[in-house]
Design a binder for this molecule. Structure first.
Ligand code: UDP
Length: 238
């Protein structure tokens, strides 16, 4: 079964907003459970999965800075938000009998393990799902960059960016239904044309480590497995 997967060890990046559902803020448990099922199905096929969830559904540091507050404190709060999201996703995975572990870049040892590359690598080899929390552990970064960093450290075969749409389009497909979906794009093209795949630091890290970035919709059921089995629609940046 494993051989049928195009990418075996993957880093899945989801924005915090993916956990919100139709709410304006926070976490919709039903959505979290549905996403956990997507991951569990991929694990059942032999995928080794690391996940990074953002924190934008709860808190973003720039929001503090925009109101004249301390950006570093705001970013610390944002990183704590990613830990909350990671804890709930790991719980949802455990409900599906998947061994899930939260490894945080920010040490909160009474709540979850602290990230270490060697330990994470061992867990992934064992088939445990690792939810990497706390971003990079540093302010002024994003969870996209944290996810690209983990993908490089864990030698992932691919970085899967779950978004609202099933790839990168020439224009916003909600505005122009005629917009073209790219099958493939180069890293440089994404950077030079400022295509909104993820921030430049994250794309550059993926490029420098030759990790393909797969942009797909996390909202269509079965999407994660269909990307891994090359039956879905998505854009490959590489
Ligand atoms: N953050 C940070 N350093 C990191 C990752 C995240 O300071 O390495 C903070 C930052 O304030 C950010 C917030 O955590 O706004 C939530 O992360 P992000 O905006 O990337 O979440 P997403 O947009 O993916 O939900």
């Amino acid at each position: 079964m494993t051989n049928s997967l195009r990418w075996k060890r993957i880093l899945l990046k989801l924005s915090g907003e993916a956990l919100m559902g139709s709410q304006a803020f926070g976490i919709d448990p039903a959505i979290v459970q549905r996403i956990a099922k997507e991951i569990a199905d991929a694990v059942a096929l032999g995928a080794q999965v690391g996940v990074v969830v953002g924190g934008g559904n709860i808190f973003r540091g720039v929001a503090v800075a925009a109101k004249g507050g301390n950006r570093v404190t705001g970013d610390h709060m944002g990183m704590l938000a990613t830990i909350m999201n990671s804890l709930t996703l790991a719980d949802a995975l455990r409900r599906l009998k998947v061994n899930a572990r939260v490894l945080s870049a920010v040490a909160v040892p009474s709540i979850c393990e602290t990230f270490s590359q060697r330990v994470a690598d061992r867990y992934m080899e064992d088939g445990d799902v690792i939810v990497f929390a706390g971003g990079t552990g540093n302010p002024f970064f994003t969870t996209d960059s944290g996810a690209a960093l983990r993908a490089a450290e864990m030698k992932c075969d691919a970085f899967l960016k779950g978004t609202q749409v099933d790839g990168v389009y020439s224009e916003d497909p909600k505005v122009n239904p005629e917009a073209e979906r790219y099958e493939t794009l180069g890293y440089e093209e994404v950077i030079s044309r400022n295509l909104k795949v993820m921030d430049t630091t994250a794309i550059a890290l993926a490029r420098d480590n030759s990790i393909p970035v797969i942009v797909f919709s996390i909202h269509s059921p079965g999407a994660l497995v269909s990307v891994l089995q090359e039956t879905g629609t998505y854009t490959v940046v590489g």
